[in-house]
Design a protein around this ligand. Structure first.
Ligand SMILES: NC(=O)c1ccc[n+]([C@@H]2O[C@H](COP(=O)([O-])OP(=O)(O)OC[C@H]3O[C@@H](n4cnc5c(N)ncnc54)[C@H](OP(=O)(O)O)[C@@H]3O)[C@@H](O)[C@H]2O)c1
Ligand code: SF4
Ligand code: SF4
Length: 380
């Protein structure tokens, strides 16, 4: 494994971190984690030198933290740092932070959370903290003194201006941003990455493959661009290498759903380094990004923050089918799935426009309008 710098902290993270948000599960129920398989994946990664695991209160229907706790028994806990997050949208009164933290320590079966984040900060969630009758920074300092949490950070989904404001508001140790070659100028983006790194923050990367989109077998138009490179790389390797190439990146989280992916990503991480891509390679990556933007109808990352929908619409699944059908020109294949496999209540047509999902979407997608597009595409 290769190890990198983590801002001003005297600790070296592995180039790859384990994101415990996309572990294997039974059927459509993400809360029903395939425990044995997931534990094997986590332990394999740790055995190969991965020293950072990222989880959060809501992942896998609230079961991710407990699974991580189980995976880190039998001596694994001391080999790895655990990061988890305070669910910013659910903190409503002064008792809530303690309540969540104590439950998280219990779920993870540990005395201390090594890296603690305020989850998914945005203008709205930031204002929520500022309206509480406790000072969240004082609370964090107190918990740090009590030894329950250590380095303090935040994960982020909003625009660059809000990102800078939050970076400047506190002496953070680290932050976590969505960043990949499609999102160079989205949310914090490249400018935000450099801004935070210049201020001494470790910067953890999430959604490096844009939720898996950049790992799929690329359509012909994208393949043709990759083939112009003298060095042959798999799409996943391109996406990761592009991130590790940048010295400001501290570590790259990957949410992996099978052992094969863990093995591949560990191998890529152990071969990684900064400043290895040529100018020609970087130009090719930018052209691939432009092409993906041209051909993708919905920029959904499949993060599942918007579900469950109160009317049972399978929002990310509808978008995934629509994207796949358009990008790969496979209308007939996905129309058959729409007609014969997707339950009526899961379909985009079942949206009653309550608006709840749009408030939760980190990509700020106009979900209701996009679902209308999906319905029109498959029903017309
Ligand atoms: N704090 C926040 O607001 C927030 C938001 C999002 C994520 N996160 C954290 O950041 C982590 C990383 O983000 P992410 O999970 O969205 O990462 P990602 O790497 O963009 O997407 C993960 C998906 O990529 C695919 N994948 C990974 N390795 C692969 C390989 N070698 N070959 C083929 N496909 C591969 C898998 O898709 P398939 O399952 O389809 O095979 C996997 O589910 C999360 O797990 C979570 O811990 C935090
Ligand atoms: S707007 Fe539609 S898809 Fe979104 S939560 Fe409401 S019913 Fe579900
Ligand atoms: S619609 Fe938004 S919240 Fe829902 S899965 Fe896609 S990106 Fe995530």
């Amino acid at each position: 494994m290769n190890y990198r710098k983590f801002g001003k902290l005297d600790w070296k993270p592995s180039a790859l971190g384990f994101g415990a948000m996309r572990m294997p599960h039974h059927g459509d129920d993400r809360g029903d984690i395939k425990e044995e398989e997931a534990i094997e994946m986590i332990r394999y990664a740790v055995d190969k030198g991965v020293n950072y695991i990222d989880t959060a209160w809501p992942y896998h229907g609230g079961n991710s933290e407990e699974l991580v706790g189980k995976a880190l028994k039998d001596g694994y806990r001391k080999k790895v740092k655990i990061a988890t997050k305070l669910p910013s949208w659910d903190v409503e009164d002064s008792d809530d932070p303690d309540k969540y933290l104590n439950d998280q320590l219990e779920r993870l079966d540990t005395d201390k959370i090594d890296f603690y984040l305020l989850h998914a900060l945005s203008e709205k969630h930031w204002n929520n903290y500022n309206s509480l009758d406790i000072d969240i920074f004082e609370w964090m300092k107190e918990k740090k003194k009590e030894g329950k949490i250590d380095p303090l950070g935040f994960s982020f989904h909003d625009d660059l201006e809000t990102f800078k404001k939050i970076v400047d508001a506190y002496d953070w140790d680290f932050c976590q941003i969505q960043y990949n070659y499609l999102d160079q100028a989205f949310q914090a983006g490249r400018e935000g990455l450099k801004y935070a790194a210049d201020k001494g923050l470790g910067v953890v990367i999430m959604e490096p493959l844009r939720g898996g989109k950049l790992a799929k077998e690329p359509p012909r138009s994208i393949k043709k661009i990759w083939e112009e490179s003298e060095v042959k790389r798999e799409p996943v390797e391109w996406a990761f290498k592009w991130l590790w190439d940048q010295p400001e990146v501290s570590l790259v989280l990957s949410g992996m759903s099978e052992l094969k992916q863990v093995k591949e990503n560990v191998r890529y991480a152990s071969e990684s380094d900064v400043d290895v891509l040529s100018d020609r390679d970087l130009e090719i990556v930018d052209r691939v990004a432009d092409k993906y933007r041209d051909i993708s109808p919905v920029e959904c990352t499949g993060c599942n923050y918007c579900v469950p929908c109160p009317n049972d619409v399978a929002i990310p699944r509808n978008f995934r089918m629509y994207n796949q059908a358009v990008i790969y020109d496979e209308y007939e294949k996905y129309k058959e799935i729409w007609d014969e496999k997707l339950k009526d209540k899961s379909k985009a047509t079942n949206c009653i426009k309550c608006g709840q999902c749009e408030e939760l979407c980190p990509q700020e997608l106009e979900i209701m309008k996009l679902l209308d597009d999906v319905a029109e595409y498959f029903e017309s």
